[in-house]
Design a protein around this ligand. Structure first.
Ligand code: ZN
Length: 242
């Protein structure tokens, strides 16, 4: 088992390209898992869907992908996200819509005992967030695999549940214990929100999991968003990673 796990690209082409380059250097480009939200917010939805499709072993859909397909109600989206969804609906190609519509919202990799989902193992279609230890306690009951890979909040973490039930949160890198179970949030490639503007993804192998940060051409991304008339709030928050 040796995977690069990416998520929440949100049509940020420069961030995706930088992450794919980093993955290529580590010789992992045939082992990419994508956890959803290819589109929404950014200026290059078509290019990002194409690249993700060409490069990923597994592709999931996120709530923004479903929003563009008309499969989820965007009433709960903030006004900036709504504007970006409407813009995306206008520019996305029919072919890419078809591609997005083939992505499931969760999947199990039985041979590695990994469950993949954009939001949470409990009711993945309701797009819950997993922020607290008590959220995690509940969600550990909703998958049987050893490791669950999630995203959605754009805030990466590694949560370990030891055999005796004790929970521990790790940052950056941890050695995996055979008798522990894990929920790992792989963060966001295209719109990090943990105070670090660099793109985020995760590498998982038999012995460890690591959260990786990658610099990308932020100014180029922001200029494209301005040129497309996307909301200033979405453009500026990229500089802060918030
Ligand atoms: Zn997202």
């Amino acid at each position: 088992m040796h995977y690069a796990i990416i998520s929440d690209v949100h049509a940020n082409l420069e961030a995706l390209e930088a992450v794919l380059e980093d993955i290529r250097k580590r010789d992992l480009c045939k082992n990419i898992l994508f956890l959803g939200d290819a589109v929404g917010y950014g200026a290059n939805p078509n290019e990002c869907i194409k690249l993700l499709k060409e490069n990923s072993l597994i592709l999931l859909a996120g709530n923004h992908d479903w929003a563009v397909l008309g499969l989820t109600d965007i009433e709960d989206f903030n006004p900036y996200a709504k504007t970006a969804i409407h813009w995306t609906m206008e520019v996305i190609s029919e072919e890419n819509k078809k591609t997005l519509s083939t992505f499931p919202i969760s999947k199990s990799l039985k041979k590695d005992s990994i469950f993949l989902v954009h939001s949470t193992p409990k009711e993945p279609h309701k797009w819950h967030y997993l922020f607290s230890i008590s959220d995690a306690e509940v969600n550990f009951k909703y998958f049987s695999e050893r490791i669950c890979l999630i995203a959605h909040s754009h805030q990466p973490f590694i949560l370990e549940r030891q055999a005796d039930g004790r929970m521990q949160t790790h940052r950056e890198r941890v050695k995996l214990r055979k008798d522990s179970r894990y929920i790992i949030n792989v963060g966001s490639v295209g719109q990090p929100r943990d105070g670090d503007m660099r793109a985020c993804y995760a590498i998982l192998n038999d012995v460890s999991v690591e959260l990786i940060r990658v610099e990308y051409d932020l100014e180029k991304t922001q200029k494209k968003m301005y040129d497309e008339g996307l909301p200033a709030f979405l453009i500026e928050r990229l500089s802060k990673g918030m």
